[in-house]
Ligand binder design. Sequence first.
Ligand code: PLP
Length: 404
Amino acid sequence: MNDRSDDSELATATRIVGAGRRKEWTGPVVNPPVWRASTHLYENMDALAEGPRRNEDGRFFYGRRGAPTQWALADALTALEPGAAGTVLYPSGVAAIAGVLLTLLRPGDVVLMTDNAYDPSRAMGTGLLADFGIETRYFDPLDLSAYERAFCNRTRAVLLEAPGSLTMEVCDIPALARIAHERTAISILDNTWAGPTGFAALSHDVDVVLMALTKHVGGHSDLMMGSASAGPELYKRLRLRAQSLGHVVSPDDAALALRGLRTLQLRLERETRSALQIAQWLSRRDEVAAVLCPMLPGAPGHDLWKRDFTGGCGLFSFVLRGGDAKRRARFIDALQLLGIGYSWGGFESLVVPVDPSPIRSVMAWPPVGADSADRFGVRLSIGLEDPQDLIADIEQAFAAMDIV
Ligand SMILES: *Cc1c(COP(=O)(O)O)cnc(C)c1O
């Protein structure tokens, strides 16, 4: 088989099968073997001297710069991200976010962060970034004019996420990224939800796209990893900074992530179908005040999702009508098929309560359309179970919710 990972005219489903499977890394087998390596041995002194001069994937140097297993994963992610010159791997999604911000920002800079960012991203604003003399300002990604006004001459970068964490609003990513460019700021997108098959970030004017591979790329709730992809100049800076921070991922986890990647699109398609079916069912229930699911017509940002995205996933939220935290706890405790747990994107369905108020500065909660009494949110990560079984489970848990 020829190496076809650069065949950008092939459909995504075809490219995802071949991506990263370079002959020199796989040898005669299908997958790149797990290369467990710290030391790389050199033939002679000349080869040793050459090592540090060629800092690129595919060049042995020392374990911190990886080996074929990690290179194959990075190469595959790059192949799936049109416009990317390379991909840097990080030991977790949070490490990817911190690694990107610590590459692009300097003391005195301002970063604009979407108000509905992943909670640990927000926490970096008041913690890590503040400690380094970097100021974070939060903005409502649905209010373009307020966003434009938020720029100042110290704004170096913008952190976007779509759909927003927990509340799931889809914003106009190309417009937000273009405005950032006009103000000479670098746009960063946390694209964990859609992934490379669901949203082509760099083709929509985003400069740096990052993901928690922990979620759908891993896909089996058994590894932690993050990635960031970018064009040539930014990729080089990200790579050097990741190396200076000592970021490296284990070859075993890289092999698992590659295995997960092969079925990514297939799992996402199935999850999207099931999630939409469950979201539609929920939207007809009296127990539910609002369904926050980008794939559902009428949900916040649904039109932008339809315009810009090529896929969805199983993660969405809904708001219970009225009630209190104890009633919601009875609902969640009564669920049999959905596990209570953080993270998402595995093959198994999960549920967590959602209370965004403490982690929003400008956006409203309860969401627009819900009554002020409708405050108790629930987030579902729909996995690969039969959606009818999940609906039956949710229905019996609704019944259990009001039995005190
Ligand atoms: C989970 C998550 C992360 C962080 O990933 P970890 O691997 O858990 O550190 C980042 N962004 C989003 C949107 C996430 O859901």
